[in-house]
Write a new protein. Structure first.
Length: 249
């Protein structure tokens, strides 16, 4: 196997196959050259109303992982959370005090839950819908920023609990569809998935979610579909956003 053109881990397909698939997915867009919303165009008011019909129990659960502030092998530059006002033991005993804090974090990485904007993945010097890569500059993205999702993303979610189907508590990192160990499989898949999904198809990807609590609630409820609400921050020129998706059953 050979890698697809451009930087990235080895692919699961040869370069010619990857290039053909990439072009076919790009050509499938029905929104025209001026489109900046990509897959969000599919979420119509009718789709939102249908998703609301998934709410039957009134139960909510987060899909976000806790924000990490400790250095780890997969998170060498973690979030920084500091208090910016005196601690409670220094509060004014005769008046009003406030506890305030500050958070600094990377949007993208391998630890914190986030959503990728369509300006995040640059392939062959182009963004989604053939937008030039130089529209992303030192001050952020002039095109395709996460701002296009400022009104939130609401739709029907479906949990595919593969470990449960296989009768195991988890999948080993890098195991393939046949449950054979393949240490580099996750890395090999990550590059083509981001290029094909974000750059070619215009899909806003959610990365590094925590689905254990959702899996437990779905099993308890005996169903695996739900209403999902995703609310990115209004980072006007951002290439993505930290996010706390909520599943509602």
């Amino acid at each position: 196997m050979t890698a697809p053109p451009g930087p990235g881990p080895a692919s699961l397909m040869d370069a010619a196959t990857f290039a053909a698939l990439y072009q076919r997915l790009r050509d499938a867009s029905a929104w025209g050259p001026a489109d900046r919303r990509g897959g969000l165009n599919y979420i119509t008011p009718e789709q939102v109303l249908a998703a609301a019909g998934e709410v039957r129990l009134g139960r909510t659960v987060t899909l976000a992982a806790p924000i990490e502030t400790r250095v780890a092998p997969d998170n060498p530059d973690p979030a920084v959370h500091v208090m910016t006002s005196p601690a409670g033991d220094q509060a004014d005993p005769d008046g009003l005090s406030f506890a305030t804090d500050r958070l600094a974090m990377n949007i993208h990485g391998n630890a914190d839950s986030h959503i990728d904007a369509l300006c995040h993945v640059i392939y062959q010097a182009r963004l989604y819908n053939d937008v030039p890569a130089d529209t992303v500059g030192a001050t952020g993205a002039a095109e395709l920023s996460i701002q296009v999702a400022r009104n939130g993303i609401v739709g029907r979610g479906v949990l595919l609990d593969i470990p449960r189907l296989r009768g195991t508590p988890w999948l080993e990192l890098g195991s393939d569809s046949n449950n054979d160990t393949c240490p580099s499989a996750a890395e090999r898949v990550e590059f083509p998935v981001h290029v094909l999904a974000v750059n070619a198809m215009g899909l806003h990807l959610l990365d590094w979610l925590q689905l254990d609590d959702l899996a437990g609630l779905c099993e308890e409820a005996g169903r695996w579909s739900f209403c999902c609400v995703v609310a990115p921050l209004r980072l006007v020129r951002g290439t993505g956003s930290p996010v706390n998706p909520i599943a509602i059953l």
